[in-house]
Design a protein around this ligand. Sequence first.
Ligand code: 3PG
Length: 318
Amino acid sequence: MPNSNPNYPIFEMKVLVATDKPFAKVAVDGIRKVIVDAGYELVLLEKYGEKSKLLEAVADADALIIRSDVIDAEVMDAAPKLKIVVRAGAGFDNVDLAAATAHNICVMNTPGQNSNAVAELALGLMVMAVRNFYNGTSGTELKGKRLGIHAYGNVGRNVARIAKGFGMEISAYDAYCPDSVMEADGVRPMHSAEELYAGNDIVSLHIPATPETKGSINAALLSRMPKGAILVNTARKEVINEDELIEFMQQRLDFKYVTDIMPAANDKMTELFTGRYFSTPKKMGAQTAEANINAGIAAAHQIVGFLKDGIRKFQVNK
Ligand code: 3PG
């Protein structure tokens, strides 16, 4: 029912921020400002835990800002007014793109906005691994070690930039990135995943989770890595063949795995691989105030641009 109280603003549109893993408060304040300045209402749903709460909250939302929150056909069915979903971040494997297209919903991501944060964490995990998880024993240094970057997108390029400061020898493999881009950064191009894994002491994963990449990091690939190798995963847990990783680590007692995406078998791996395995309790790569501000505010601007002017830059569904 329309509100007849003149002191009570009637908003044109409702923008819901639904983040089970909340943004920093400073980012939420920035998002709110962009949305309210555009004449829209901002509604916040954080740490909702159960899907039913999300289904309830989307009922009257025109636009949605999310992180790794799963947006499937059921959520879209529950949101008859929904016109746009912006994933504040890079990976959009958590959104059912076909269902979005069928519901006439535009899906966007905010590429590059959180990539420095993820890259810094990847290097942090590398330091932790070579220093034996800070257990007091003598470790080694990153300087002079060979780093292989698997996928040379926004995060991979930031990893290369930071790793250069550590004095690492850097190579990368990315089927979609021309050699010239890597070479311009002083990164040696590799031409297959096999070559990348065989030639590096540390591999840092930055591939998206797609039907082609899911389960693609398997024992055959890992067994190419040299003695004392380390795999760093700040990409997606789905790209790892977890059963094969476990079996492989049971045989290769020199191999370490560090990640910010907890494997399904975290308890088993913690027990089996003491001193060789570490996972953060939650996905932490993009969990900085800066990344939250960059990605969150970019998402808010993209929503305003779409709703007011029909701008579809960064749309990821067809
Ligand atoms: C991304 O795809 O942008 C990163 O994995 C960060 O995800 P998050 O927003 O859930 O932390």
